[in-house]
Write a protein that binds this ligand. Structure first.
Ligand code: ZN
Length: 394
């Protein structure tokens, strides 16, 4: 088999650095002809070291170069970024630490170098070390949103919700749409910790704070309603579960089981049936037929569920609806081979269908996540919608 020659990484590095450097020379050539001449000879000496894979010596030359002319700092940033992109974090860190340690460093470059150093540590997975540079940027430049967003990312990764809130709250006034939902989830995390500890008043306090920062925080409503349901106040719990419709109608599917339990406790499943039918009318994109059928089965028996589903899947055919109908028919009319075969066939077809999908990155799963494990965005994993066109087998 023929092996294609590998394009050497250092060739790419050197080409890129040369472009940056030549641009710098061009920019300054009118006023600094003589100085550039000596700079460029030093510069090519550095490149030579790189070519010979003597990276330590090359860096020494570049650091001396930047000492005599800080306008060449872009070369270091480019080199650092290339190292980082190639996963050579130790080398990127060495460059940026070398720069930050120079006594001649002009203040104007300090924040930029610290940010780069922070990204190096993040790239290496050293979240605890990355915190320092980003915090230092805030000392230099209290308004740096870049440093704040990275600190939030670090605290979120470390599950240090209090620190994440502290930083995010500072951004809330300027970016309420971005930071509001994030802060709300941090408070929800704290509320869930309080729940484990059995501290109900803290749970309520944190869930209400979540709603203060994001009035549409479904997770906070669920935490509050679950707590109220556990305390035995089914009516109040139903009220809160149903309020989710105004926050995000699609998410009501997450609480249908809880709603059902509350209504069962109150012997009012018929009310839940009426509510779900009306909900389906208000939101045509929701596919509630299997949930409505379950409620009918519980309140009026399998035959009522069969009548409802038979009509419903003519109007809005879905695989889940058909499968549910077959399972009721099996129960009512006995399982014969045809039913069993059909059920198996539908189960196979359904395997490609997922219950939850991230609207940001397309990640799909049969488990619900508040924070998408793929793209790291909050609230984007939603109950999957079963499109009627996926159900042409009827
Ligand atoms: Zn995602």
């Amino acid at each position: 088999m023929f092996d294609f020659p590998q394009f050497p990484f250092w060739s790419l590095t050197i080409i890129l650095i040369s472009i940056v450097f030549l641009w710098l020379i061009f920019r300054n050539k009118q006023s600094h002809k003589q100085q550039q001449s000596s700079l460029s000879s030093e510069y090519f000496k550095g490149l030579n070291y790189l070519l010979n894979d003597e990276q330590g010596k090359a860096l020494d030359v570049f650091v001396k170069l930047v000492d005599s002319n800080w306008a060449t700092i872009d070369t270091h940033f480019t080199l650092g970024k290339i190292y980082r992109k190639n996963g050579e974090m130790d080398k990127a860190i060495k460059i940026h630490q070398g720069l930050i340690g120079r006594p001649s460093l002009p203040e104007q470059y300090r924040s930029k170098i610290l940010l780069e150093l922070g990204y190096d540590y993040l790239g290496a997975g050293w979240f605890d070390r990355a915190e320092g540079p980003f915090k230092e940027v805030l000392i230099q430049d209290a308004k740096s949103t870049e440093a704040r967003h990275n600190l939030i990312l670090i605290y979120q990764q470390e599950k240090d919700w209090f620190k994440a809130i502290e930083i995010a709250v500072d951004l809330f006034t300027d970016e309420p749409d971005v930071t509001g939902p994030m802060i709300a989830h941090y408070y929800c995390e704290l509320a869930e910790v309080a729940k484990v500890k059995g501290d109900i008043s803290q749970l309520e306090n944190y869930a209400n704070k979540a709603l203060h920062y994001d009035v549409s925080c479904v997770r906070a409503s669920i935490i509050l309603a679950d707590q109220i349901k556990a305390s035995g106040d089914n009516k109040k719990a139903i009220e809160i579960y149903q309020s989710i419709e105004s926050q995000d109608a699609e998410s009501i599917i997450l609480v249908i089981d809880s709603l059902s339990e509350c209504h069962e406790n109150l012997s009012s499943l018929d009310k839940l049936y009426d509510y779900l039918v009306a909900l389906q009318d208000r939101h045509k994109n929701l596919f509630l037929q299997i949930y409505i059928a379950s409620i009918l089965e519980k309140s009026r028996g399998s035959q009522a569920a069969i009548v409802y589903l038979t009509e419903e899947i003519k109007r809005q055919p879905t695989l889940f609806g058909v499968q549910k109908l077959i399972s009721y028919k099996q129960k009512e009319e006995g399982a014969d081979k045809a039913f069993r075969d059909l059920t198996v066939a539908i189960s196979i077809l359904q395997q490609g269908q997922v219950e939850y999908r991230c609207q940001k990155c397309g990640f799909s799963s049969n488990t619900h996540y508040w924070l998408c494990p793929s793209c790291n965005h909050w609230d984007r994993v939603k109950p999957g919608i079963i499109e009627p066109e996926h159900a042409h087998i009827i």
